[in-house]
Design a protein around this ligand. Sequence first.
Ligand SMILES: [Zn+2]
Length: 194
Amino acid sequence: MGVAIFLRKLKFKLIFVGVGIFLLLVSIPAVALAFSYSAIRWWSTTTYVRYDSSVPDSWQSSGALYNARRAWNNAGSKFRIYYSSSSENVVKAGYYGKTDWIAKASINYNLLGYINQAEIIFNRSYPWSTTGASDYYDVQNIATHEFGHWLQLNDLYSSTDYYKTMYGHAKTGETYKRTLHSDDIAGIKYIYGE
Ligand SMILES: [Zn+2]
C-alpha cells in the first residue's frame, strides 16, 4: 500500500471567534514559513497524557508512544509531555472504518486561546505495527506527528516539507517522522521557548 493518506482533520470543539485575528498576527514572522502554528497553545510548558484501555498494550511496551513523546521532550524547547494515569489528556484507539484518516488529534481550548484538554485517536481499521514493517502504519511514526498537533503545529503539504514530522501525509512502512526535522524543532521552540 503506497497510497498516501491524510493523517488527521483537526476538530475544534469550542469555537473561538478571535482565531482568525490570531492567525493573521502569527503569519507575519518569516520564521513561520518553515512550520505552521495555530496560535493556540498550552499555557504551561508541562503537560500530561494517559493511554486509554483501547490502546494496544504493545504500543506502550514497545516504547512507541514513549519515544514519540520523547522526540518532542528532547527537542530543546521547554515543552514536556509526561505520562500520568490521572491526566484528562488521552490517547485512544478504535475502529472507524477505512475513512480518510488513520489518526487525528483534537483539542479543547478556552477563550484566551489556551488548550485545556487534548486527545489523539488512532484508527485501527488500518493496519498498525511498532516495528516499521512494510504494509503497516508505524505507531511511533504517526504518534510523533500527532503529538506535534497536540502542541499545535499544523500539517504541511508542500513537497519541500516531505521529510518533516509535520508533513501531512503518511505511508505504510514509513518511519522518518519519528525523528524531528530542524523545522519541526524550530516550531516547538518558537511556540514554547528554549
Ligand atoms: Zn496531521
